[in-house]
Design a protein around this ligand. Structure first.
Ligand code: PLP
Length: 220
């Protein structure tokens, strides 16, 4: 099992072009599984749940970067700001304001990504592509939160080609925002692509891919 995780990580790291970072998506995985991925070269880990991340960090340690990739509930923001190195899922000015406030109290600047609902699906997290500029402009003046790029999910299942238009649209928003050179905003991280879609995401310009199943096997 452990050997398999290591082999999967090494294969992935060899395949990903330089400039594309592997984020191991570790929800439901044990500390030993996470450690096996880290020992094989993973440098960033993504967790969907704040409590699970706190427990995993206690067991695994901090010689990797921890990314929050789930839906952030308001009562978990304080803890999330304490323990994560990057929050990938900011999708409202209210959430950004609370992160800013909590980060200020810790004397920290919290790096975040803005999550884009590229599929325009009403029930999904993220803001619509057309709302990205106004949200980013609202966040820009906050001193203790720093937007570093965008994240999108895209469709989970099915033919990876079906995800291409969503990734392409997110990349377009990313380039548009970058071209605006908004003070206080960086646009250098584009997080998109999972196990079934990461190759397409990389072709469409991802700089980070979030991969669980292909590293650790199916979730039980
Ligand atoms: C679970 C998850 C992933 C990884 O999914 P796999 O299909 O297992 O690679 C990526 N991103 C997010 C936000 C996730 O919740």
């Amino acid at each position: 099992m452990t050997k398999t995780i290591a082999e999967n990580v090494k294969t992935l790291l060899a395949e990903l072009p330089s400039g594309v970072e592997l984020v191991a998506a570790v929800k439901t995985r044990t500390p030993n599984e996470i450690l096996a991925a880290i020992e094989a070269g993973v440098q960033a880990v993504g967790e969907n749940y704040v409590q699970e991340a706190a427990a995993a960090i206690a067991a695994v340690g901090r010689n990797v970067r921890w990314h929050f990739i789930g839906h952030l509930q308001s009562n978990k923001i304080k803890k999330a700001v304490e323990i994560f190195d990057l929050i990938e899922t900011v999708d409202s000015v209210e959430l950004a304001a609370e992160i800013d406030k909590r980060a200020a109290a810790l004397g920290k600047v919290m790096p975040v990504l803005v999550e884009i609902n590229s599929g325009h699906e009403p029930q999904k997290a993220g803001i619509l592509p057309g709302e990205a500029e106004s949200l980013v402009r609202e966040i820009a003046p906050f001193k203790n939160i720093r937007v570093e790029g965008l994240m999108t999910m895209g469709p989970f299942e099915g033919n990876p080609e079906d995800a291409r238009p969503y990734f392409r649209e997110t990349k377009r928003v990313f380039e548009d925002l970058k071209a605006l050179s908004i003070a206080g905003i960086e646009m250098h991280r584009l997080s998109m692509g999972m196990t079934n879609s990461f190759r397409v995401a990389v072709e469409e310009g991802a700089t980070m891919v979030r991969i669980g199943t292909l590293i650790f096997g199916p979730r039980l």
